[in-house]
Design a protein around this ligand. Sequence first.
Ligand code: GLU
Ligand code: MG
Length: 473
Amino acid sequence: MTAVAPLDQLADPVPGGRAGEVERATALGAELAGRGVHGIVLAYVDTAGVCRVKTVPAAKLATAVAWGVGMSPVFDTFLADDSIVTTDVLGSPDGDLRLYPDLDQLTVLAAQPGWAWAPVDRITQDGEPHPGCSRTFLRHLVARAGREHGLDFRAGIEIEWTVALAGVPDDGFVPATTAPAYSATRQVELSDYAAELLAVCAAQGLDVDQFHPEYAAGQFELSIAPLDPVAAADRSVLVRQTVRAVAQRHGLKVSFAPAVRAEGVGNGGHLHLSAWRDGVNLHTGGDRRHGMTATAESFAAGVLAHLPALTAVTAPSPASYLRLKPSQWAGVFTAWGLETREAGLRVIRGTAGLRGRSANLEVKPVDLAANPYLALGCAIGAGLDGIGAGATLPEEITGDPARLDAAEAKARDVRRLPVSLAEAVTEFRADDVLRATLGPVLADAVTAVRQGEIAAVAGFDDERVAAAYRWKY
Ligand code: GLU
Ligand code: MG
């Protein structure tokens, strides 16, 4: 029942249900009831990066698969504080959409007894794909890359979060452990929580690669084996639901916010991406630097060229810019290097013997306020633009680009990525490729929601920005 990620992309939902799915959902609904599952969480992520849900009783799964579940399109222009902005076509109180669960990703939630979970695609009342649906956007983009370029992709999203004490007055932040970064002490202090998290992930079919105490106070990180991009985005949402649920069972509270405090290392959500053709990883075995093929190099060059604009999608919160500081491993420069942690792009060759599987491109200026479907789709769109142009990478960087003097940085075209959300939005609005990749409805939603977030924190100092978003993601 905990699904293996499908490598072929699911077709769009249709009123009445996709072929064979109603029968499948009927059987599944009965099986779920037998396993004590009462409700199904139907999850999607809004433009601001907040996961919004509706739920249906397990007995209504087949109905949901056939006819969807109603929900307003207004959430496409919700801000993280639940206020609403508008675009030409979004943000109106009118209209309705149908949420269609993806049965291939349906998962019984081991840390939320009585519940199962499924991501949804959203279609209109007329049965058409909703142009504001980020999951549909990514599904279509990946399918098109297959058709037009013969490419498919493997993706992973690193999940970093901070574990805090619950019940602190004024929504304050007290880390659940102050033990050193990466330390055994931290692992011991949160031993029961961590062990249950691993057990729950295994029960849910989440293929955890690694789990470790991270740098910042109370911070941990978990990574999941690479999957096709839609499944990788789904898993990133599910992992966060799971991490939160397990923490709650231990009387703890978690934050995936880019910065729980104004100062110091934040929570990242680095993207790992590799382009494949005919089952072969294009990031290894080629004649370009570090074994990249020409296609992989062009893909990376495309991502690099669009990185400043991409930050409006991958670092979408005012709090994102508290994290995006030099020398904090967040990768805040338009540069690339082999396994360097301070360049925006980190080329990962992988270990000898495993390169065919593991060589990939890591995009670092990404956090978990980002809608993972939009972030992966825009990164892939940027890469495809590089492939289409036959783009090549500049000279690579070693060490921290922050140490380059101004003349050297200029000569190498090493620029600081946007230092504020406003700067990122300016870059995004000038980037025709990213806007076209998203399409007008989503591109306008991104712009309007970012501008709304900027207005929401006007006049705030950094501490107040951190506090405003600390428990939103
Ligand atoms: N926490 C860092 C960030 O905000 C990343 C640390 C790491 O390299 O894993 O991106
Ligand atoms: Mg990390």
